[in-house]
Ligand binder design. Structure first.
Ligand code: GDP
Ligand code: ZN
Length: 269
């Protein structure tokens, strides 16, 4: 499943069902990446989603759902905090929530206000539960050609729903599209990948070669930043891996790489 393209800022969706066209939402501008420890997430999947979202000018918020399974102060909580701190450090927003017990839901709700967001994440992490909780039972469902309008991908047709979340303030829209729950990065060329590792950018400017891929080139400031602890080594390794896959890969083999990786993570827990 692919979010292939983001509509230009000014376009809007019109609801078909009513006689008078009604503006439903402005543009997709946020990807809510839902993660959990059971099933466990993999950094490889997170990094791919971040690349894909950035390539499409979507903001991302990382939401660790099922926080109730990793109680504050526990070793398991520390472990997942350390893993997610890597992303926080480079500028991504990270929220701990529990659809089950309510932790963090208000923070998430306020983050979604005034925006149109799409839910992504592996199955079983609790996306449907979250949506139900956020909707407080007042969800308005719109099915139809949203996916076509938003260009969510070739394979997504009728299952895409858009939910207007209840609450004060600017309206929040949340798009749930089973097909879009897994991002992929077909449309990123290997040589473009480096632009989507956002923490590389300030260092990349000072590389000796302006077209530095940050691999074996001499005078690479990104590699130096890794050595000096200014770029997380995990992210740099992830960059090298994804670069290699993009270089070798066709869509098909890349898709299977993505699936295998997240399935591994699910088994690992
Ligand atoms: P989806 O596939 O991402 O839509 O996941 P679901 O919403 O169907 O949830 C998968 C499972 O996780 C269900 O058994 C839920 O009850 C459980 N679940 C969802 N949210 C939470 C949570 O916050 N805490 C716990 N402990 N379980 C949750
Ligand atoms: Zn470089």
């Amino acid at each position: 499943a692919v979010v292939e393209e983001v509509l230009p800022r000014r376009s809007t969706l019109i609801r078909r069902q009513t006689m008078k066209p009604q503006v439903l939402c402005a543009n997709l501008d946020l990807a809510v990446l839902v993660l959990s420890t059971e099933p466990n997430f993999s950094e490889g999947m997170v990094d791919r989603v971040l690349v894909s979202a950035h390539a499409q000018s979507l903001d991302v918020v990382l939401v660790l759902n099922k926080a109730d399974l990793v109680p504050r102060g526990s070793e398991a909580r520390h472990r997942v905090e350390r893993r997610l701190f890597v992303y926080e450090k480079i500028g991504y927003k990270v929220l701990f929530v529990s659809a089950l017990e309510g932790e963090g839901l208000e923070d998430l709700r306020s983050l979604l206000g005034g925006r149109t967001s799409i839910l992504v994440g592996n199955s079983g992490v609790g996306k449907s539960c979250l949506l139900n909780k956020l909707g407080q039972g007042q969800i308005e469902v719109t099915v139809g050609d949203i996916s076509e309008k938003l260009k969510l991908g070739r394979h997504i047709t009728t299952t895409t729903t858009m939910h207007r979340l209840p609450g004060e303030g600017p309206p929040a829209f949340l798009i749930d599209s089973p097909g879009a729950r897994r991002f992929s990065i077909w449309d990123v060329k290997p040589e473009e990948l480096k632009e989507h590792f956002i923490e590389f950018i300030p260092f990349a400017r000072h590389c000796k070669f302006s077209d530095c891929r940050h691999l074996q080139e001499p005078g690479c400031m990104v590699k130096q930043a890794v050595e000096e602890g200014d770029v997380p080594p995990e992210r740099y390794m992830s960059y090298q891996r994804i670069y290699q896959v993009l270089l070798e890969g066709t869509e098909g083999s890349f898709r299977s790489a993505l699936w295998t990786e997240s399935e591994h993570a699910e088994k690992r827990k």
